[in-house]
Design a protein around this ligand. Structure first.
Ligand code: ASP
Ligand code: MG
Length: 466
């Protein structure tokens, strides 16, 4: 028995013509004899942002925004169902319109309260997926593919960190294994909402922006599926951002670690958390293009290898970052400075993107999003007030805006001279390197450059792949 989990992102379900491709892709999988198919869907592109704008507008006292957004949503979904919903789309449309009515009413109450809590945001922002799943199930049925919509709120159990909830894998897997098999046994495709979950008490949560990939990986892992296919709007994972490097190409194969580094350091194609649920189940993941389904895309497998003829596989950039340095000769040999530094940063709720410490122990430097730099500097100044007075710490400095460049490729760090080539290329392009860190996964090197130099550095390094 073959089980396939496929995820379609916002653009892949974002228009009538895109949804036509989705129908063909699902049909082909069935014709290829795959018995159990779970389809995870995003909201139509733009919908999540609109839903959020509507509720935030309501909280700010705009009484009309949410209603206007509701009206746009109604028209958008009616157009899809009219085009692809067959003759019997009325019940689905009525259901979707009912959900949009609920949204508008909910936003009205938020308007009365004058506040949109994270919990309220999660309830409203997950609506796009819930509508999308119903819509896709309906158009599949109209195309003679039996399908049922399933709300992941019945399956993905999370903690209550609204807006960025973490799944509790044990109850989640139990529920997935309860809910989906009867749907498969009935011969139906399960069309499941991405992005959303619910607490044990049944309160709606979301797994974070762009997290439908993560939802698909959770479902795939719990079903122990044969393959996970992520359908997006580009031909797989690219060797660099094609807007910066016009001749960037699709990478054939990546390891879990490599894609982990890439996703973390700026490749937008896959949510950074996607890999974690599948590590144990070792599910192979394909990243494919809904708009060019014949292109093989990128295959992501548990273990990596170097790609013949390439010294590394990809180069990414994370923009809008800043470097914070804790500096002082008095730090030498004093235990606990690093621990206190990072605890103080953690208290500000900032996550650290990169760390580097020179062995002279006279400075610790790390990178954080630019928006958090000031809060981090303030927290550190407070934490080390005494050390600063005693001159054990000379200064806490910040440098922004910077860009983090990451070069990724399995095995590259065992090959002599790669780092030298990378930094020589950067130097030849007249770019100054501000800080360097080597990923402990041994498949990446990251370094910081000034924001103005980011694109130049990416292009200079990418040119080495040829
Ligand atoms: N619709 C959600 C978002 O825009 C989740 C997703 O598309 O992956 O963040
Ligand atoms: Mg996405």
């Amino acid at each position: 028995m073959k089980t396939l989990v496929m995820k379609f992102g916002g653009t892949s379900v974002g228009s009538v013509s895109a949804i036509e491709n989705v129908i063909q892709i699902v049909r082909k999988a069935r014709e290829d004899g795959i018995e159990q198919i779970a389809v995870i869907v995003s909201a139509m592109s733009g919908v999540t942002n609109n839903l959020k704008a509507g509720i935030l507008g309501a909280a700010a006292g705009e009484t009309e925004t949410a209603h206007q957004i509701g009206q746009t949503l109604r028209e958008q979904h009616e157009a899809v169902l009219k085009a692809l919903g067959g003759s019997d789309y009325a019940p689905t449309l009525a259901e979707i319109n009912g959900m949009i009515d609920d949204y508008a009413r909910f936003c009205d109450s938020v308007g009365v309260l004058g506040e949109a809590t994270p919990r309220a945001l999660d309830y409203t922002m997950g609506l796009g997926e819930r509508i999308s799943a119903r819509q896709i199930a309906a158009v599949l049925r109209a195309a003679d593919i039996p399908a049922q919509a399933v709300d992941a709120t019945h399956m993905i159990v999370t903690d209550d960190r609204f807006q960025d909830a973490a799944p509790l894998m044990e109850p989640t897997c139990r529920r997935i294994q309860e809910v989906l098999p009867p749907i498969f046994e009935a011969g139906d495709v399960a069309v499941i909402t991405g992005f959303v979950g619910a607490t044990e008490a049944g309160i709606s949560t979301t797994l974070g922006r762009g997290a439908s990939d993560y939802s698909a990986a959770i479902v795939g892992a719990c079903l122990n599926c044969d393959e996970l296919w992520i359908w997006t709007d580009v031909d797989g994972v690219m060797s660099a951002d094609p807007r910066v490097v016009p001749d960037a190409g699709t990478i054939d194969r990546l390891s879990y670690r490599e894609i982990g580094e890439l996703a973390y350091y700026g490749a937008k194609v896959l949510h950074p958390k996607t890999i974690s649920p599948v590590v144990e189940a070792k599910v192979p993941i394909w990243v494919k293009n809904t708009f060019n389904p014949d292109h093989p895309g990128t295959l992501i497998v548990p273990n990596g290898e170097a790609q013949a003829g390439r010294i590394f596989k990809a180069v990414t950039a994370v923009h809008d970052t800043g470097l914070v340095t804790v500096e002082g000769r008095g730090m030498l040999g004093i235990p606990g400075i690093a621990a206190r530094t990072f605890s103080a940063v953690a208290r500000t709720g900032t996550s650290i993107l990169l760390i580097s410490q020179a062995s002279s122990e006279q400075s610790i430097c790390f990178m954080v999003p630019k928006a958090s730099v000031q809060a981090v500097v303030d927290a550190l100044s407070g934490e080390f007030e005494q050390e600063i007075t005693r001159r054990d710490i000379d200064r806490i400095a910040a440098l922004a805006p910077l860009t983090i460049i990451t070069v990724v490729g399995a095995g590259m760090l065992h090959v002599r001279g790669i780092a030298a080539k990378v930094f020589a290329a950067v130097a030849d392009a007249d770019v100054n390197v501000i800080a360097i860190a080597q990923g402990s996964s041994e498949c990446s090197i990251s370094f910081a450059v000034s924001a103005d130099d980011g694109d130049t550095a990416v292009r200079a390094i990418h040119a080495l792949t040829k």
